[in-house]
Write a protein that binds this ligand. Structure first.
Ligand SMILES: [Zn+2]
Length: 175
């Protein structure tokens, strides 16, 4: 994992080969695990996303340090929907020769189980948190939302809006 800055925003970026940097997992049933890396307290990774990170070609695990509690870093999933080759990006991050352009289509998301307000099916999804995602950098946030505005997802079953910004839906029904 590498601390990087892209588009003026700092991430702790985990390449696919970094895997999931967990120092210890607190019990198999826990939704959260804790980790201490680089002196930071890291929020845990949901088991569903642990599986998806190993399989998906359009997301990378990143941590973002909290603005007011910089010793804590929260989990986000950086999602691209432009087909950017993230294995190539991993190499660029390792070598330090990525550019802002590599991150232009990226969007900070979090994992949530969301319910369609119309047909009431539940979905595993990556959603955009409200405006605090980029820690007050509203210009960057607005630019990213504008760039991706036509590609936010509605319910795969009935087409209804989720009434929130959904970047990706995992079309997998897990028990
Ligand atoms: Zn629906």
């Amino acid at each position: 994992m590498k601390e990087i800055e892209a588009e003026g925003f700092k991430y702790i970026y985990c390449t696919r080969s970094d895997g999931i940097p967990l120092a210890r997992v607190v019990g198999p049933q826990r939704q959260e695990a804790e980790s201490l890396i680089h002196g930071l307290e890291l929020e845990g990774i949901e088991p569903f996303m642990q599986r998806q990170l190993a399989q998906s070609s359009d997301i990378r695990l990143v941590y973002v340090q909290r603005f007011f509690q910089p010793h804590i870093a929260d989990v986000f999933y950086l999602h691209w929907d432009d087909g950017n080759n993230l294995n190539t990006l991993d190499e660029k991050v390792e070598r330090g020769n990525f550019t802002d352009i590599d991150f232009k289509n990226s969007l900070l998301t979090v994992y949530r189980r969301i319910e369609c307000p119309n047909c009431h099916l539940w979905w595993d999804a990556l959603i955009v948190k409200p405006a605090d995602s980029y820690w007050g950098d509203s210009k960057l946030f607005d630019a990213k939302i504008a760039l991706r505005s036509s590609s936010f997802k509605s319910c795969p079953n009935c087409g209804a809006s989720f009434r929130r910004l959904v970047a990706k839906i995992f079309k997998i029904q897990e028990k």
